[in-house]
Design a protein around this ligand. Structure first.
Ligand code: ADP
Ligand code: MG
Ligand code: MG
Length: 256
């Protein structure tokens, strides 16, 4: 079992308005085998959390720690975090000239394997066929340049294909439901659900409860003003949908 821990995380960014503190003491512990969801109003720092876990250098950790299996990853560059099994759905550049989607995925798989266990062409193609079938994808998509000319829905589907191919221990899926119609949402959910198991953990970040009807989380966290203010089971998402963030804010006596 792998563990990802976020401890008392404080994060700031510097922008035109100066130094902005966004995360203010966030705690979260996840294990493989679990699907966690984070819900919260816009601007509360959900994307900041995922970018910080992945090591985007724009976000400065001013206090606290992020640990993978007990080891601090704060000094690790993005590629090292990816090689050690963290996957962020939005982490890959939208377009990489001259690299096909298939080439990219093969390189990413092999980056996580040692030299004696690199994936061969035949095994890779077999795996690609299997995973594309789960997502109802055409073969032609894999040949297209990475994300080039993909529509929004195709991009999301492709991110989930990358997830299925790379099979990371942990994935952070930040608003994978945004802009998806119901059919695309079902396909994307089917892909994430296909990953479920003892060796996979996910952090699903979403603004809306709808996605969580398809990917039922084990734990739901509510984030407000840069912290997790409440955690519960899947029912918490339903309560939130009914009462809204404002209702919860009142219940908790928060003045944010
Ligand atoms: P959420 O994903 O919950 O909507 P974000 O993490 O995107 O929230 O944003 C939280 C706050 O941090 C917002 O006020 C946003 O303007 C600010 N912020 C996030 N990223 C940056 C950045 N790269 N530069 C400046 N401000 C940022
Ligand atoms: Mg936002
Ligand atoms: Mg966001």
């Amino acid at each position: 079992m792998d563990t990802l821990e976020v401890k008392d995380l404080h994060v700031a960014v510097d922008d035109e308005d100066g130094h902005q503190v966004i995360l203010k003491g966030l705690n979260l512990t996840m294990h493989t085998g679990e699907i966690h969801a984070i819900m919260g109003p816009n601007g509360t720092g959900k994307s900041t959390l995922s970018e910080t876990i992945m090591g985007n250098p724009k976000y400065h950790v001013t206090q606290g720690d992020i640990l993978l299996n007990g080891e601090s990853i704060l000094d690790w560059p993005v590629d090292k975090r990816a090689r050690h099994g963290l996957f962020l759905a939005m982490q890959y550049p939208a377009e990489i000239a001259g690299v096909t989607n298939a080439e990219f995925m093969r390189a990413a798989i092999n980056a996580r394997r040692d030299d004696d266990h690199q994936i061969g062409v035949r095994e890779f193609i077999q795996k690609l066929d299997d995973k594309m079938a789960i997502l109802d994808m055409s073969e032609e998509m894999a040949e297209r340049y990475l994300n080039q000319g993909f529509s929004g829905g195709e991009k999301k589907r492709n991110e989930i294909l990358q997830l299925l191919m790379i099979e990371p221990p942990f994935a952070i899926l930040d608003e994978i439901d945004s802009g998806l119609d119901i059919d695309a949402l079902k396909v994307v959910s089917k892909g994430v659900n296909a990953m479920r198991g003892d060796n996979f953990g996910a952090l699903i970040i979403t603004h809306y409860q709808r996605l969580l009807n398809y990917i039922v989380p084990d734990v739901v966290h509510v984030m407000m003003d840069g912290r997790i203010v409440k955690s519960g089971n899947a029912d918490l998402a339903k309560t939130l949908e009914k009462e809204g963030y404002v209702g919860l804010r009142d219940d908790l006596g928060l003045d944010v």
